[in-house]
Ligand binder design. Structure first.
Ligand SMILES: Cc1cc2nc3c(=O)[nH]c(=O)nc-3n(C[C@H](O)[C@H](O)[C@H](O)COP(=O)(O)OP(=O)(O)OC[C@H]3O[C@@H](n4cnc5c(N)ncnc54)[C@H](O)[C@@H]3O)c2cc1C
Length: 490
């Protein structure tokens, strides 16, 4: 069985490992030099940066793929759990450290939100319930058609995961301090959406971070991608970098192969598209073959938000900076209103990830800061943008006594347009379609084409959604579908 995978993001790599392990003849094509897609190592003048995933949850998902590749996860992926993992700093000067230690959480909450402290165990149990229901019913299965949504048990379970309540409303049931609610509301951005619109189902992210924990891979999170490459090759998959696919050949309603930009043709019994579906499908398959996924349909999806990112290598270590550190805006609602209008916020919430705080060896000469703020997706696929917004970010950090600008040795800026062009991301969005619309949140593009029977989709733009563990699960689901393996996670 010949399988071609288009795109070497985590979703495509994960599918390649499982397919190759079960005897498929797998060829994976990636247009960039590196494999891993948005999980991209950037190494410059002795500074290592993990572009993309900084906050890692569900380590078992990555370990499972490495194990399937015949490798030892403990050796390939030395995960470190960061207990008090995220400093949330607010505009009034107060802060709370999110932690997977419930005693520490309640101790901090007792001073800031006493009713929230009292309700914390109940809150933890509810977010765990949301996660478990999602895990059992949605995460480990692919969706190929509307029929998949129509089973009575699925409909019943969808109703149990609070699909009609917003994330913001859900958190307000347990907490009263606006700062705590603001910090929890940030989880909406993990699916590129607004906490004031996204369904409360996504409060399950709080279970991952606050109950299960946040992890880092010693040596850099990008080791996840390199271990997947090793695992895929170990099982006999052939991986080609710097090879762009320009066309999927269709004959009689089936994909028969792919063509590279240099004109080489590779036959396939199955094709798995890991590139952003909304961007790649219209490019690779002529519209005449896509009755159910026309260009108009692709354009009808509301894109998730994008990011404005600065990679800053400093000549010193900033004492007050934590591995995961947030500097919140005064008015989070206003920030999301600006994003909705397609505008950059005047007073953005700033995330800084500095892995050198946990692992100084990755950046011996000073801090390696990934500075990220939410940015609107681009208006259309050809818009351009500028890097000047960085000055607003540096100014705000200066005011928060984090003088990044004074210490910069190395600086690299990624705008939404860079993200679009580098990874083929639709309008620069990080996670394909947003989850702001209640229907779109559950009905992401299917994992299998409804027009071309042996064409499958995995990655952040499809089901179950964006974020590094989810795209890996997506690749696994698609591989298992092709192989006909049923996974029982109950
Ligand atoms: C700045 C940033 C911060 C993030 N932070 C986190 C975080 O903290 N935690 C977390 O879990 N997630 C985070 N994410 C999200 C996470 O990185 C993504 O959800 C995930 O890596 C996407 O994987 P994917 O499989 O969808 O593929 P992608 O990474 O999108 O890769 C798809 C690949 O397909 C290739 N491709 C497309 N078209 C073609 C073609 N025609 N021919 C050949 N190749 C093609 C592209 O070059 C790309 O490499 C972040 C993302 C970004 C950008």
């Amino acid at each position: 069985m010949k399988v071609v995978v288009i795109g070497g993001g985590l979703g495509g790599l994960s599918a390649a490992v499982t397919l190759a392990k079960h005897g498929a003849d797998v060829k994976l094509f990636e247009q960039n030099k590196h494999f891993g897609g948005k999980m991209m190592p950037v190494d410059q003048e002795g500074y290592h940066f993990d572009f993309g995933p900084n906050t890692i949850t569900m380590p078992e998902v990555f370990e499972d793929v490495v194990r399937q590749g015949g490798l030892n996860p403990a050796e390939e992926l030395p995960f470190i759990q960061i207990k008090n993992h995220t400093r949330n700093q607010f505009s009034d000067g107060s802060s709370i450290d999110f932690s997977s230690d419930p005693i520490y959480m309640k101790k901090q909450l007792a001073n800031m939100d006493s009713s929230g402290a009292a309700a914390y165990d109940q809150f933890s149990a509810e977010v765990e319930r949301l996660f478990e229901l999602s895990r059992q019913n949605f995460l480990y299965r692919s969706f190929s058609s509307w029929r998949d949504y129509l089973s009575p048990s699925l409909a019943r379970n969808i109703l149990k995961v609070r699909p009609l309540q917003s994330l913001d409303r859900f958190f307000k049931r347990y907490f009263t301090n606006p700062n705590i609610i603001q910090a929890l509301n940030r989880y909406a951005t993990y699916v590129g959406s607004s906490p004031y619109s996204v369904p409360a189902t996504f409060a399950m992210i709080a279970h991952l971070e606050l109950n299960q924990g946040v992890f880092y891979v010693k040596g850099g999170n990008t080791k996840i991608a390199s271990s997947f490459v090793k695992a895929a090759e170990n099982q006999g998959a052939q991986l080609f970098n710097e090879t762009r696919i320009t066309n999927i050949a269709i004959d009689g309603g089936k994909a028969t192969g792919v063509t590279t930009s240099s004109g080489e043709y590779h036959e396939a019994d199955y094709v798995v598209l890991n590139g952003d579906l909304l961007h790649a499908l219209p490019e690779l398959v002529p519209e005449t073959y896509r009755n159910k996924f026309s260009n108009e349909k692709a354009a009808s999806f509301d894109p998730s938000i994008s990011a404005f990112v600065i990679l800053a290598g400093l000549n010193n270590r900033l004492e007050h900076l934590h591995h995961h550190h947030l500097f919140f805006t005064e008015d989070y609602f206003k920030e999301f209103e600006s994003l909705k209008r397609g505008e950059y916020p005047d007073d953005p919430t700033i995330y800084i990830g500095t892995s050198a705080k946990t692992d100084p060896s990755v950046s011996p000469n000073g801090d390696n800061c990934l500075i990220l703020v939410n940015a609107p997706a681009l208006k259309d696929d050809s818009s351009s943008d500028s890097s000047e917004y960085k000055e607003i970010i540096y100014e705000k950090l200066q005011q928060a006594s984090i003088p990044v600008k004074d210490h910069i040795q190395v600086e690299k800026v990624f705008t939404p347009a860079t993200i679009r062009d580098k990874f083929g991301a639709y309008k620069g969005s990080l996670y394909g379609p947003s989850s702001n619309n209640k229907i779109q949140a559950f009905a992401r593009p299917f994992n299998r084409s409804q027009d071309i029977e042996n064409l499958y989709f995995c990655g952040g733009s499809t089901h179950p959604g964006g974020g590094s563990p989810m795209v890996v699960i997506s690749g696994q689901n698609v591989a298992n579908d092709i192989l006909g393996i049923l996974v029982d996670r109950k």
